[in-house]
Design a binder for this molecule. Structure first.
Ligand code: PLP
Length: 294
């Protein structure tokens, strides 16, 4: 039977048996970087791109994991095979690890490590929203400034994003879109955003995670002959878009139908959005950018 599986402390085990100490800064200080990767029908999506981003995140945070790129790939494959899932999401985590001496708490002595964990595929919005669309709010809570934490480094410091989610939920919305402190659109908790205006695709540029799905949209737009560009965008442009959508590993492409309580277009998922969504999943099913698990 399939079940969540992990690689931790240089060993494979059931995820339910994988543990980390509550004394280590991975937990107490959110001192970890990660990447989230999807598997569809035994194929890992854009594996090299994800591992590149993961290695860059580790380097930026001075987390030095004792495994080569090839090790990371073979450990991931093994972990997926052990889990028994053919469609899944797995996380690579670079952890700061335990202190050598708890009485000194010197970060330089921590034993950095790799965690891999495989779970069944999930959709952060709920599968239904891929059809019906999201009602989002551009929330008052802002992103942490880029100068403090580089959003391109995928990391565990989610307080700004979580505060955004909670604000949106309290106001009765499905999800949040956050802005930078100077008011530019950034991203949502776990997803990038796109707007469509006059048949052209636009996505925020700057302080945000450069998503792998976002990158895939640039490629799809070439196939589908849409213009697509990244540029500084502001909340008014999202509110007055013809269509909009969210994109992420853990959902694919999800229409945004309402912003701050106002409908985009007729308030239903847009036709171009649906075209991009269908094309994305069709290509994924056909093995697009897929690495076979063996
Ligand atoms: N932005 C944030 C903050 C994320 O955590 C994610 C998550 O995975 C994304 C954007 C989307 O990136 P990707 O398409 O690589 O999943």
């Amino acid at each position: 039977m399939a079940e969540p599986y992990a690689f931790i402390d240089d060993d494979f085990k059931k995820a339910s048996e994988a543990k980390i100490s509550i004394l280590e800064p991975t937990f107490t200080k959110s001192d970890a970087v990660y990447d989230t990767i999807s598997v569809l029908n035994n194929r890992i999506f854009r594996f090299d791109d994800h591992v590149n981003r993961f290695e860059n995140s580790c380097n930026q945070m001075d987390i030095s994991i004792p495994y080569s790129r090839e090790d990371i790939k073979s450990i991931s494959m093994k972990c997926i095979l052990k889990s028994g899932y053919s469609t899944a999401i797995f996380m690579l985590i670079g952890r700061r690890g335990p202190y050598l001496d708890l009485s000194k708490r010197d970060l330089r002595t921590c034993k950095n490590g790799l965690i891999v964990v495989v779970v069944p595929y999930y959709n952060i919005f709920g599968e239904e929203k891929n059809k019906t669309g999201l009602r989002v709010s551009v929330v008052d809570n802002k992103r942490v400034p880029f100068e403090a934490i580089d959003a391109r480094v995928k990391n565990f410091n989610w307080m700004d994003l979580n505060r955004g989610s909670i604000e949106a939920y309290k106001k009765g919305f499905d999800n949040a879109v956050l802005c930078t402190p100077d008011g530019q659109l950034s991203e949502g908790p776990g997803f990038n955003i796109w707007i469509i205006k006059n048949g052209k695709l636009q996505t925020p540029k700057g302080s945000l995670l450069e998503g792998i799905t976002r990158r895939s949209i640039f490629e799809l737009s070439q196939d589908l002959k849409f213009e697509a560009e990244e540029l500084p965008l502001y909340p008014e442009q999202l509110e007055s878009a013809d269509e909009a959508f969210a994109c992420t590993t853990a959902a694919g492409i999800t229409p945004i139908t309402h912003v701050n309580g106002k409908s985009l277009g007729n308030g239903f998922p847009g036709l171009l959005t649906e075209k991009i969504q269908n094309s994305y999943w069709q290509k994924r099913r056909n093995g697009w950018h897929g690495t076979k698990i063996e």
